[in-house]
Design a protein around this ligand. Structure first.
Ligand code: SF4
Length: 331
């Protein structure tokens, strides 16, 4: 996707958390402070109208990146650029609010993300009122339009969230996200809590809304089949670091990083008895004490001395310009 102007960029984005024990405990045990690097120098560019997907095991830093890009969490280092403007450097509250309107988030759990005491028309209308987008007399009409856009009826606006199924609740969450007329939506595992049959309906809805409204997505998932269906470009995260970035076809046709290949081998498949089996190879190391050099080296089958010693830099490969952080990758 080179050459296209990104709507959203992350530049050298980093998140470090202080995970130290309380002061007195540390003093008694003579322990130093401890820090966890959840996100490590991440660079992402997402052109307008495209979907960039982040994939990795749980604890890889996917959601932390999503929260920083949507402005919910301040990065420890680096920048989030929206149309080239550094979001966290904006001092004017009015300008910040205008930026926030352009960015929304859809969360994993359609149960926890909707206020159970509010009627659906109130939930969906809330961003319209918060950003003062329409006169009060026009809000209900706009809510009815949004309900229709996500495949629900106007009368559903009178109900409460508990009266809906999981898939319908996620449709309500999507309608609420659309209510502020956003350009960019961070979708954090939006279908992983849903049944497989409902998953595809929600994914199809998100794709058609993207085409219709020109939306740009950051799509976060641990499920490679979902990623393959949704993404234009994919970033593979391991312990907070992007170890491979490539367009969808390149990544699936020619995965270059040993971790990407391991994720693909570990994708659920049907075993000889017709059951779904998952191959898990090794455990994610302690993120507070990451392995030296390439942090994937304890799980990698190709490890050499250089892998234990030096951190691999990101290099470009092939005409597709796949970016891979591995000492031994040679195209
Ligand atoms: Fe494996 Fe070495 Fe490449 Fe890391 S740098 S992924 S340990 S081959």
């Amino acid at each position: 996707m080179t050459g296209e102007t990104p709507l959203i960029s992350a530049r050298q984005l980093g998140a470090v958390f202080d995970v130290s024990k309380p002061w007195l405990n540390r003093m008694l045990a003579l322990e130093a402070k401890q820090y966890l690097t959840a996100v490590d120098m991440v660079d992402i560019d997402i052109p307008k109208g495209k979907t960039f997907a982040l994939v990795g095991e749980s604890g890889s830093g996917k959601s932390t990146i999503g929260r920083m890009i949507v402005g919910l969490q301040k990065p420890t280092s680096g920048q989030v650029l929206i149309d080239g403007e550094d979001f966290f450097a904006i001092s004017s509250e009015k300008k910040k609010m205008a930026m926030r309107r352009r960015i929304q988030m859809i969360f994993q759990s359609p149960y926890a993300s909707l206020n159970p005491r509010w009627r659906v028309r109130h939930i969906i209308g809330e961003p319209i009122r918060a950003f003062d987008l329409l006169p009060a007399s026009e809000v209900d009409g706009r809510v009815a339009e949004l309900l229709d856009q996500v495949g629900l009826a106007k009368s559903d606006g009178e109900k409460f969230p508990h009266e809906f199924s999981g898939g319908q609740r996620q449709r309500i969450a999507i309608a609420r996200a659309l209510a502020s007329n956003p350009e960019f939506i961070v979708c954090d595992e939006p279908t992983s809590a849903l049944d497989v049959s409902v998953q595809s309906q929600v994914l199809n809805l998100m794709k058609s809304l993207q085409r219709e409204l020109g939306l740009t997505y950051l799509f976060i998932s641990h499920d490679l089949s979902v990623i393959r269906y949704m993404a234009d470009e994919i970033g593979v995260l391991y312990l907070g670091r992007l170890v491979e970035v490539a367009d969808r076809d390149t990544l699936f046709d020619k995965p270059r990083h040993p971790y990407t290949r391991m994720l693909m081998d570990a994708a659920p498949h049907i075993d000889a008895f017709g059951r779904t089996a998952e191959i898990v190879k090794g455990e994610i190391p302690d993120p507070i004490n990451k392995p030296s050099g390439c942090s994937f080296h304890p799980r990698c089958t190709l490890t050499e001395e250089i892998c234990r010693r030096d951190r691999p830099e990101v290099r470009e490969f092939g005409t597709e310009k796949a970016r891979v952080a591995c000492h031994l990758c040679a195209d």
